[in-house]
Design a protein around this ligand. Sequence first.
Ligand code: FAD
Ligand code: SIN
Length: 516
Amino acid sequence: MIKTSFLIIGAGVAGLTFAVKMAEKFPNKRIIIVTKGNEDESNTKYAQGGVAVVLDNEADSFNQHIQDTLVAGDGLCDPLVVEMVVKEGPKRLMELINWGANFDLNAKGNFDLGKEGGHSVYRVVHHKDITGFEIEKTLLLRVHQLSNISLMSHHFALELITEHHLKIKETKVLSCYGAYVLNQKTGNIITIKSENTILATGGIGTVYGHTTNPSIATGDGIAMAYRAKAKIEDMEFVQFHPTALYNAEGGTSFLISEAVRGFGAYLKNKSGQRFMLDYDARGELASRDIVSQSIDSELKKSGDSHVFLDCTHLDSKAFKKHFPNIYKHCLENHIDIIKDWIPVVPAAHYLCGGIVVDKHGKTSINNLFACGECTKTGLHGANRLASNSLLEALVYAHNIFKYVSVNTPKANDFLIPVWNDKGTHIPKEHILITHNLSQLQALMRDYVGIVRSNNRLTKAKDRLEFIYREIEDLYKKSTITPSLCELRNMINVAHLIICQSIERKYNKGGFYKIDN
Ligand code: FAD
Ligand code: SIN
């Protein structure tokens, strides 16, 4: 068993920011970060557009950023949370800069601000079109400079430890005592006993298969918290990004940043008609729920598989300077954005709901905190405003840091049993996992996509039940593997999305059900 003061599960912007802050302030406390892939693999690494933040800029104000966030959230944001996050933003961004992150400047030496859907002004701070890569790199560099942080890559968190695992009576409010973690290189399952556990496990895009997210985005933290009986809400609000590069084979799709539309690109259908103005007066810069639903409607009308993003009228030199990665990626795929239209289609991108946390990042389980994309804070409501996610992660990592700096949990000497794997065997056939994964992803795409219906959702629920039983049975008999655990977690996440979609009786933001 390993004992620690802080166990952080996840090494994206949320987990790393919290770790750096704690380690700097408390050099004698031991901090462990576990992450299931290479140390930098995360949604954070792929973030393109940037961080929405109000800087010393006459054209912008806190109030305007608050209003834009509330409008995008379609009445379901918590206004106090929105105000807190927007006002904290500049301080949190400056910390990141002090740790070494670079953001683009204009000719006058001010931040070069980008614009994205739903923003009324230019306010997105960015590092070219690879903002997330810059943030992840900076934070990892700082983590490696701090000797009281142990970063354990290729360690997969399996379950949170609560009273349920201890031989003590379950109380009304449960507490978390750490987690069971699989060392993916040795196959050993370690017990990590921790005074505080922080879930920073990111998103769920892989549940849909067609997604802008990397394959690590399997909702593990949400599923673990759900099984531990934490409160989970707003799972029906899956955000589909309007412009993923069309990929006929499905799977992970490269993102064409919304900042490209902010830069002036047009959305067109096959016949070259700019259709967004038929749906919203803001045209291509309507919030992304509206743009995705409009594209979905165009595709249903035409029967086409994708629409196009036209950049051919834009200043090509300036485009290449701002979006070098997008330009290069398109070129590698035989699309020269200077003369060709980019084929695009909506893809699962972000989860607005998740583990419910208060303003300190506390979940409904004692000593269990959460921050980043795996949470529901109240900032996003029914639809996240572009580039508000990195911002939210930075602010909540700070809030948890502030809270735990002064609130130490009571020490306990509970004995935690080792992971029980008696009677399990290495599964002989991997096909059960791969087959059920593709079934699950097809089910989510076809029955739980941008436009939903009670009929399709009920069918999805019944079919999922079948997959659930087969995989639970396999899980009980098998030696643990990451792919089996990820599938089990994705089934839990899919169940939550489907059930909460059935329960939602009126349409809001990114949620649209034809029966409502
Ligand atoms: P992540 O960065 O996803 O990190 C999750 C971590 O948890 C990873 O290290 C993962 O390995 C680990 N993990 C997960 N499960 C386990 C487990 N069982 N055991 C151990 N470790 C585990 N947002 C913006 O604000 N601006 C943008 O410009 C922007 N662009 C985006 C572009 C793309 C292509 C994508 C996919 C997202 C974008 N987003 C953007 C969203 C934003 O990047 C994410 O919401 C944010 O980075 C999430 O950070 P996080 O720390 O919560 O999670
Ligand atoms: C993008 O660059 O379009 C993604 C921005 C975001 O998801 O916030």
